[in-house]
Design a protein around this ligand. Sequence first.
Ligand code: SOE
Length: 391
Amino acid sequence: MVGYAFMGAAHSQAWRTVNRVFDLPLQARMAAICGRDQGRVAEAATRLGWQEHTTDWRSLVGRDDIDLIDVCTPGDSHAEIAIAALAAGKHVLCEKPLANTIDEARAMAAAAARAEAEGVRSVCGFNYRRVPAVALMRRLVADGRIGEIRHVRAVYLQDWITDPQFPLVWRLQKDKAGSGALGDIGAHIIDLTQYVTGQLITGVSGMTETFVKQRPLPAASNGLSAATGDGRTGTGAVTVDDAALFLARLDGGAIATYEATRFATGRKNGLRVEINGSLGSVVFDFERMNELEFYDATRPAAEQGFARILVTEPEHPYMSGWWPPGHLIGYEHSFTHQARDLIEAIATGQAVAPSFADALQVQLVLDAVERSAGLGSTWSEVEPALTEIAA
Ligand code: SOE
């Protein structure tokens, strides 16, 4: 694993747990973790359960006893690490968004396609797909239970930078993060809605805003939390969006609205998606992540209403490995499911989604939103991802 902050900890939890919960053909061995700071990576190795630690990620890519590289760094190093790992024949799990630019994402998707031909797997870490209620949502939609999809309504609301004194962490710097709320959390709802509906976004009209343009320089930070007052003084420019909104059309005929913001005061991790079809609706809200709301318009009028499905039955996606019905799971479990699916893909030789090509397509949507926002919300088409790879 490269990186040991928030995502590094979440992925480590998954690697520690996955073989204890699911019966898998391969065993994960947490060989080594890498970070730039010797002292901090040594501490992280002990705390997170890695056998060794290093400050040189290239040494991991060159090792014969390492089969998989898990990239949990900020976006500015995804492409370099993932492409080197794939070229060395290592399977790769890469955090989202795939890259900071379209060119990087395209190069990564091409590297993944080349590696795939050699039996090397790659997957992008859109973990919310692997929340059981979301996977059930997809199953209901794919089974035609809500009929033809008309509306997609998706929001991802956070509030962790509403305080203008919150420091200028890497997620607020374009050269490190690529974009702000748009790529960090907007990318999740783009992937999630495309996954659930089976439809791809073809065009958008977008708007972005940066409410706080200067922030105090941070102390050493691991991303979401950062202390000020370590002796560094002054401020720096915020170079990403604080919020992004867009309208979209999907290729199956649905129309959609998306909102991603870090300024929704009081909303901590409010990912909510509602899909309305000709025969019913499905609604997922991460703050009630064990539940799925389902409205079945084919039921007799007198019995119609939103049903609250508690997604904890062994028949539900991923749930057979966990607890008896009604005993809830949490955020970390989506990462364990991600690790499970990747291990199974490696063992069976099957592809695993979302591929780097899928993640490139999300990147192309992000790009279309930024282009549109830069042109006063002008309608902007999304390039097809496959064309990009072929080119
Ligand atoms: C920060 O906004 C963040 O940690 C994202 O980077 C994650 O992808 C999201 O799941 C939670 O919020």
